[in-house]
Design a protein around this ligand. Structure first.
Ligand SMILES: Nc1ncnc2c1ncn2[C@@H]1O[C@H](COP(=O)(O)OP(=O)(O)O)[C@@H](O)[C@H]1O
Ligand SMILES: [Mg+2]
Length: 280
């Protein structure tokens, strides 16, 4: 094979358009042992705050690529559960594993984030005086730091990835707009995009549609559905129509414990759920 055809072949393989979306496939994190097809295990988890039992013998199992909704009344322990997964709060007992071999209780918050767990809080935390593009660029940098981000040139692969995320979050026509000028919904999507720049295996999202218009909610539901399969996504949400629109599987938490699990229809028909949650 001549050098020229070798070069053109390697260019072709580099430029193949069907590979642009590679980052959307499940990322292989060397530390995560996916042999059992289960990404997250919480088993027998308990957490007591000064005599108040916030989490009681909690079991939760999330499969690879699954989209799961967690619902439950105020104080049910939803946020505490997320805090435990991300290492912000350490439980009193129980086990928390990512894959079959990574014990999250032995890791701190930064280590858990680096292992592939991304969390989106309710309030968007985009940097308003930077453009949409710059926010995503900064998110990709992770621990490299701000200065590095704006002085180093991005590789072609990194640019492709940034563009793909822009399209996925429907902000490709807003790349050079200041994040501060976006609507509330668009800021939420930008923040989800920023999490995606770090290739998380597991995304934890707290109340994504609070304050959104109906149109923005529909778009968010589409976005979360499109992430499923490539990432595992756990969404805590109060809006029932929204939960119905995104989730194949719903977990109802009550007093720090799983009260019911199943499809939206199944949990809504459950008499205990009706009693404690739907107020019937
Ligand atoms: N750091 C804390 N100290 C004391 N109590 C807490 C703390 N964090 C949460 N709680 C209590 O634990 C319970 C569960 O809270 P939370 O996880 O925020 O519920 P949810 O997100 O489902 O509304 C609540 O009664 C809350 O007051
Ligand atoms: Mg909460």
């Amino acid at each position: 094979m001549s050098t020229q055809s070798g070069l053109s072949q390697s260019f072709q393989s580099w430029a193949r358009r069907d590979q642009v979306f590679d980052f959307l496939k499940p990322e292989v994190h060397p530390n995560i042992d996916m042999r059992h097809n289960m990404l997250l295990y919480l088993e027998g988890v308990n957490k007591n705050f000064d005599g108040f039992q916030a989490i009681t013998d909690l079991n939760l199992y999330i499969k690879e690529g699954e989209l799961r909704c967690i619902i439950g009344p105020n104080g049910a322990g939803k946020t505490t559960m997320m805090d435990i997964i991300t290492g912000k709060t350490k439980p009193d007992s129980g086990s928390v594993w990512l894959g079959a071999s990574l014990n999250l209780l032995n890791l701190n918050e930064a280590q858990i984030a680096n292992a592939g767990v991304g969390r989106k809080f309710q309030k968007p935390t985009v940097i308003e005086c930077l453009t949409v593009w710059q926010n995503l660029e900064l998110a990709m940098a992770g621990t490299r730091g701000v200065w590095c981000t704006f002085t180093a040139t991005m590789s072609g692969e990194q640019r492709d990835k940034l563009r793909s995320v822009l399209e996925l979050i429907h902000l490709h026509t807003h790349a050079s707009e200041l994040a501060g000028n976006l609507s509330h919904g668009q800021k939420q999507w930008l923040e989800i995009g920023m999490l995606l720049m770090q290739n998380p295996k597991l995304l934890l999202i707290d109340e994504p549609v609070a304050g959104m218009t109906h149109q923005e909610m529909d778009r968010t539901s589409e976005l979360l559905n499109s992430l499923a399969g490539k990432h595992s996504v756990v969404v805590v949400e109060h809006d029932m129509d929204f939960v119905r629109s995104i989730a194949s599987h719903v977990t109802v938490l009550h007093q720090g414990h799983v009260l019911a699990e199943g499809t939206m229809d199944e949990v809504q028909a459950n008499p205990q759920v009706k009693q404690v949650y739907l107020g019937e």
